[in-house]
Design a protein around this ligand. Sequence first.
Ligand SMILES: Cc1cc2nc3c(=O)[nH]c(=O)nc-3n(C[C@H](O)[C@H](O)[C@H](O)COP(=O)(O)OP(=O)(O)OC[C@H]3O[C@@H](n4cnc5c(N)ncnc54)[C@H](O)[C@@H]3O)c2cc1C
Length: 331
Amino acid sequence: MREIDVAVVGGGVTGILAARKLMNTGFRVLVLDKSKSVGGRLATRRIGGGRADHGAQFFTVRTDSFQELVDEWRTNGWVSKWFGEKHPRYKAVNGMNQLVKNLANEVPLQLVSKVERIERNEEKYVVFSEKGEQVKSSAILFTPPAPQTLELLENSEVLLSEEASKTLKEITFDPALVGLLTMSGETAGLSLEGHKDSHLPDGIERIVDNQVKGISDEKIISIYATPAFSKAYDHQDDESVLELMLGKLGHLLPHEAIISRQLKRWRYAQAKHVHHHPFLQVSTNEAIYVAGDAFLQKNDPAGKTRVESAVLSGLSVAEELQRYLNEKAST
Ligand SMILES: Cc1cc2nc3c(=O)[nH]c(=O)nc-3n(C[C@H](O)[C@H](O)[C@H](O)COP(=O)(O)OP(=O)(O)OC[C@H]3O[C@@H](n4cnc5c(N)ncnc54)[C@H](O)[C@@H]3O)c2cc1C
């Protein structure tokens, strides 16, 4: 059985940044993700000869520590400014997913590996995947959205304190429905940058032309429904949801120009209720930590989940894990 210092569950930006930081200080890590690729909600889908971002479209920067990192990413050619002056929106080159792939470049990964439960093994833990893989580690970091992490912990033979359980239960997420259209011709009514998030019909939050954004050779449009619309119509089939969305947008996206269409459903998109500490330890007796975008810094300047809160949570929990592992090694 493979043995490491920290098993990181989830290869979104939180998990990958935490793993990178631990790896760079000499710890053995492994990131397990259920998907075929890292990135999580920094998601880009290939459609025909084009690409579409269908999770986060951009990120903003409100803290010096994140700005430092973003400047590094800009120097590497991984991200660039998209639009906006006060809090510029940054996009990733070749799609948001590519940023996490770049960050994960040297990080040991085990993909298509859905973690099912963990068990204690003397002083260590064993992580079990759905496919029967087992990994032994001294500590575990969970980074899926809190409701999924809670379910995993409840299926595991570890101590989850009442307080930690309560905190995880309080973190709730809104769903999101995102329509993806391949189109012919030009789109009218979007900004020069290919983005629109105002003066849209009720139920529609944002429209993005991925070709104008610069990440796709073909014209693929991402349409984001509001949380209220997403909640109200989540039970309907894909075609009915797309019809409802397009019924509202005929003036911007004429039916006759649509070549193909599909729907992406996010069960956990952005957190409605957050926790004001950058990570959580499941109990004082366990080396099991939980982090992610819903775990905000105490003085978070925006007060909401976003790429920046995920990054800062990942870096903070890695620091705590370094402290824990160093202390353990010295006793
Ligand atoms: C539709 C949408 C729009 C958004 N818009 C913006 C925006 O404009 N600006 C912004 O800053 N942010 C936006 N966000 C939020 C942003 O994408 C997230 O805050 C950030 O990507 C969260 O990263 P994370 O690593 O914490 O979580 P995730 O990216 O969710 O990563 C968790 C990972 O865990 C994996 N996983 C889950 N369960 C298991 C399991 N059992 N075993 C193994 N792996 C597992 C998942 O596959 C996933 O890769 C948006 C999100 C969505 C969905």
